[in-house]
Write a protein that binds this ligand. Structure first.
Ligand SMILES: C[S@@+](CC[C@H](N)C(=O)[O-])C[C@H]1O[C@@H](n2cnc3c(N)ncnc32)[C@H](O)[C@@H]1O
Length: 281
């Protein structure tokens, strides 16, 4: 039985998978689906940072940073980055990734339930793929909002356990790829608890804490074509990844034209994930 929000399972996964060692950040054009996803997370986050309520400060914290792929984007754009994770192993990996890419940041091993920072220390606090692993989201969310300064931006990117999202029509392709792949059958991954709560639950915590301009949206309106779509994702041969990225870029361009919005946004329940965001009063 997996304890909710339990770190051990993450830690084991970080240790056994070699693709856990590389970042999904890239300076130039994204070369694979995961790099494309993080590029779109970044451009979407940037849009949220244009809000006039945002205090425009540069102090940013990623909670449950893993390899810190999105933090690489912040660091590369001269933000003052701090990365926190409970897994010592992944903090070491993140440090190496940042060093190899000449990116600056502070790294802290710590618990999302008890963040080792004073009130009002940061201008942006975000997490990617963290909160859905907690049975009780109140504490880790309150902690993040506590350490935000006035006008600071809180963003949570949540990957819920939804059966009927965009991925469902592509599962058969992934099953075929899996059957033909030799890569993926060697290690049993640890199973990790994931909640199926939608954005309402997260928004109610934000309301209770008095954030303003609270908002939410589905994100990631594309499937993951892979012989292992589960964390940590496995990549296909370079040429195949590039071909999919080109195709997906065309889809995103069309979406943007059709919706007039950031093309990464979609209906909640359709996308692979959703985000909730708001500003500290
Ligand atoms: C799905 S990974 C996401 C990693 C990263 N944010 C990314 O974008 O790839 C979730 C991360 O949360 C971390 N984590 C889980 N429970 C935690 C806790 N209580 N405190 C801090 N980090 C935690 C795990 O070690 C893991 O690195």
């Amino acid at each position: 039985m997996i304890k909710k929000g339990d770190i051990d399972s993450f830690d084991k996964n970080w240790k056994i998978r070699k693709e856990a060692q590389y970042t999904h950040w890239v300076k130039g054009e994204p070369q694979n689906q995961i790099q494309l996803a993080f590029r779109n997370h970044w451009t979407l986050f940037n849009e949220l940072m244009q809000n006039t309520l945002f205090n425009k400060g540069k102090r940013v914290l990623e909670v449950g940073c893993g390899r810190g792929s999105l933090s690489c984007y912040f660091s590369n754009t001269a933000y003052d980055c701090t990365l926190l994770d409970k897994s010592e192993k992944v903090i070491d990996i993140a440090k190496t990734i940042f060093k190899n890419n000449k990116l600056n940041a502070e790294f802290i091993t710590g618990d999302a339930n008890k963040l080792p920072f004073d009130d009002k220390t940061f201008d942006i606090v975000f997490s990617i793929g963290l909160l859905e692993h907690f049975e009780d989201i109140e504490k880790p969310m309150q902690e993040q909002m506590r350490i935000l300064d006035a006008g600071g931006l809180f963003i949570a990117y949540v990957v819920p356990k939804y059966e009927n999202n965009v991925q469902k029509d592509f599962l058969w392709i992934n099953e075929i790829l899996k059957a033909y792949s030799k890569n993926d059958n060697t290690v049993e991954k640890e199973k990790i608890y994931r909640s199926d709560d939608n954005s309402e639950k997260y928004i109610s915590v934000m309301n209770n804490y008095g954030l303003k301009e609270i908002n939410s949206g589905g994100v990631y309106p594309l499937p993951m074509i892979s012989h292992s779509i589960e964390f940590p994702f496995s990549l296909m041969p370079d040429d195949s990844e590039k071909a999919i990225v080109n195709h997906f870029n065309k889809i995103l361009k069309t979406r943007k034209k059709q919706t007039g919005k950031h093309p990464w946004l979609c209906d909640e329940g359709f996308g692979q994930a959703f985000i909730v965001w708001g500003f500290k009063k």
